[in-house]
Ligand binder design. Structure first.
Ligand SMILES: [Zn+2]
Length: 175
C-alpha cells in the first residue's frame, strides 16, 4: 500500500487512472491506526460519493468506503453486503485485508442493527450520539465540516477532534 499518496496531490487529469483519482481525494492520518478521510463529494446522508467510469463507460456513483474496501482487499461487494465503519467516521476509507487493522468491515442489515443495539446498551460518558445515529442533516453537516477542516489544515488532530468531539470523545482509533 506504499503506492498510495499520503496526501492529496494534483496531476493532469488525462494522466490519472481511476484509482489515482480516488486516492487523491483521501487524506491519511500519520499513524498506522488513523482514519483515512475522504475529501471528495459528500451526499446529503453524510457519506462520500465517487464517480467511476463504470464497466460500459457510463458513469457510476459509488460510496468511497466500498470502493476502497474492494480496491484494498480484492473482494467484490454485492449490493446486499454493507460496509460498516468500525471507527464510526462516515468519511473514513481505511480498509485493510487484516480485519483487525481495517476500519471497514462487511456486514448486513441485521449486523448493522445489532451493532446499534449493542452500542446503545453500553454506558456512555455523556449524552453524545454516534455519528451514524445522528439525524441525516446533522451527519451531513458534520461530515462536510470535517472535510473542510482537513482540506484547510491537513491532518490537524486538534481540528479533527474538534469536529468529532460532539460525537464520540472516547474514540480509541483516531487519536
Ligand atoms: Zn476510520
Amino acid at each position: 500500500m506504499t503506492d498510495i499518496p499520503a496526501t492529496p496531490r494534483r496531476r493532469r487529469a488525462t494522466t490519472r487512472t481511476e484509482a489515482e483519482r480516488f486516492w487523491q481525494f483521501v487524506l491519511k492520518g500519520p499513524a498506522a491506526g488513523d482514519c483515512w478521510l475522504w475529501t471528495g463529494a459528500i451526499a446529503d446522508d453524510g457519506y462520500g460519493r465517487f464517480w467511476t467510469a463504470g464497466v460500459d463507460g457510463k458513469q457510476k456513483i459509488v460510496r468511497p468506503q466500498r470502493y476502497a474496501y474492494t480496491a484494498l482487499t480484492g473482494r467484490e461487494l454485492t449490493p446486499d453486503v454493507l460496509i460498516l465503519h468500525r471507527c464510526d467516521v462516515p468519511l473514513c476509507v481505511h480498509a485493510d485485508v487484516d480485519p483487525e487493522a481495517s476500519h471497514l468491515r462487511p456486514g448486513d442489515t441485521s449486523d448493522n442493527m445489532q451493532d446499534r443495539a449493542r452500542r446503545g446498551r453500553q454506558p456512555r460518558p455523556s449524552a453524545t450520539l454516534r455519528f451514524r445515529d445522528l439525524p441525516r442533516a446533522e451527519r451531513a453537516r458534520r461530515s462536510r465540516a470535517l472535510r473542510t477542516a482537513v482540506l484547510e489544515r491537513g491532518w490537524d488532530a486538534a481540528a479533527i477532534h474538534g469536529v468529532l468531539s460532539g460525537v464520540d470523545p472516547g474514540h480509541p482509533t483516531l487519536f
